[in-house]
Design a protein around this ligand. Structure first.
Ligand code: PMP
Length: 286
C-alpha cells in the first residue's frame, strides 16, 4: 500500500509524521473521510471545499491549491489500484515546537491514505443510545469544522460501547438533538423528513446533503429544524447518514424499538436512491 505524505508516495511502514507535529500534540489539524465507489470519488469537490473551509476557520494555510489537493486524492486511489475505497485526507498545522503557538509551524503536513472498502448493503440496522455528553457548542469549537480533535465524539462512543450498542447521539447545549459521533441524524414522522439545521452543533455532512437532495427530488418534504429527544423516541423511522455509515436505519434508541426494528419505507426508498447514485457523482479516476 502506498501512502501520500508531504508530496511523495511512500510504503505504509515509511508513512510517518513527526512527534513535534501539532496535529498530534494539539489535535491542530483538519481532515476528510471520503469514499470511492466503482472508481468514482464521491463528491470529491464538496469534500475538498469542506477541508479548505475547516482550514480557513482554524487559520491553517494550506500551501497547495484545491485542484492539487484533488489530484492527491485521485492519485492515492489510483496508485493503490482501488475501485471501492475509504480515503482519509489529513492536513495538520505542521511541525512546530512543544509550545502551542501556531506561528512556530511553518509548513502544513499533508497525508492521504486509501484503503479498500466495500459499499454497504444497508440491510442491517443499528442500536443506539443518547449520550450524556453534550455536543460542542458552536461558540466553543464549532462542529462544522472537521478538526482532528474528535474527543467529544470519542467520549460519547465510549458510552455507546459501554452500553453495548453501535452508536450514540449527542444533544446540543440547549438540549436539542445534534448528531451521532460520526454521522448526522434524520427523523421521519407522518411522511415528513426532519434533520437538525446546520446552524446548530452539527457537521454539515456531505451524505446529509445528498440525502436531502435525494429526498427533495423524490418529492418528500424535508425540514431542517430543531429536534428533541421526544422526536427521536416517537419517530416512525430514524436513520443516520455519513461517509462511513452511508445511510443506515436505527432499530433501537434508549431501549425504544423503532418501526418494529425494521427499516421504514422512506428510509428504504432513500437508501436505494443513494445506492443508485453513489458510483455516479464525483471525480472519476482515469
Ligand atoms: N458528523 C460527524 C461528527 C462526522 O464525523 C461525520 C463524518 N464525517 C458526519 C457527521 C457525516 O459527514 P459526511 O456525510 O460528510 O461523512
Amino acid at each position: 500500500m502506498k501512502i501520500y505524505v508531504n508530496g511523495e508516495f511512500v510504503n505504509k511502514e515509511d508513512a510517518k509524521v513527526s512527534v513535534y507535529d501539532h496535529g498530534l500534540l494539539y489535535g491542530d489539524g483538519v481532515f476528510e473521510g471520503i469514499r470511492a465507489y466503482e472508481g468514482v470519488i464521491f463528491k470529491l469537490k464538496e469534500h475538498i471545499d469542506r477541508l479548505y473551509e475547516s482550514a480557513i476557520s482554524l487559520d491553517i494555510k494550506i500551501d497547495i491549491s484545491r485542484e492539487e489537493m484533488s489530484k492527491v486524492v485521485i492519485d492515492t486511489v489510483k496508485i493503490n489500484e482501488l475501485n471501492d475505497a475509504y480515503i482519509r485526507l489529513v492536513v495538520t498545522r505542521g511541525v512546530g515546537d512543544l509550545g502551542l503557538d501556531p506561528r512556530k509551524c511553518l509548513k502544513p503536513t499533508i497525508f492521504c491514505i486509501a484503503e479498500p472498502m466495500n459499499p454497504l448493503l444497508g440491510d442491517q440496522g443499528i442500536k443506539t443510545i443518547v449520550s450524556g455528553i453534550r455536543r460542542l457548542p458552536v461558540d466553543v469549537l464549532n462542529p462544522a469544522v472537521k478538526s482532528l480533535n474528535y474527543l467529544n465524539s470519542i467520549l460519547a462512543k465510549i458510552q455507546a460501547n459501554a452500553a453495548g450498542v453501535n452508536e450514540a447521539f449527542l444533544l446540543d447545549r440547549n438540549g436539542y438533538v445534534a448528531e451521532g459521533t460520526g454521522d448526522n441524524v434524520f427523523v421521519v414522522k407522518n411522511g415528513i423528513i426532519r434533520t437538525p439545521p446546520v446552524s446548530t452543533s452539527v457537521l454539515r455532512g456531505i451524505t446529509r446533503d445528498t440525502a436531502i437532495e435525494l429526498a427533495i427530488e423524490a418529492g418528500y418534504t424535508v425540514l431542517e429544524e430543531n429536534l428533541t429527544l421526544h422526536d427521536l423516541y416517537t419517530a416512525d423511522e430514524l436513520f443516520i447518514t455519513g461517509t462511513a455509515a452511508e445511510l443506515i436505519h436505527v432499530i433501537e434508541i434508549d431501549g425504544r424499538i423503532i418501526n418494529n426494528g425494521e427499516a421504514g419505507e422512506i428510509t428504504k426508498d432513500l437508501l436505494s436512491r443513494f445506492i443508485e447514485i453513489r458510483g455516479k457523482i464525483g471525480a472519476k479516476i482515469e
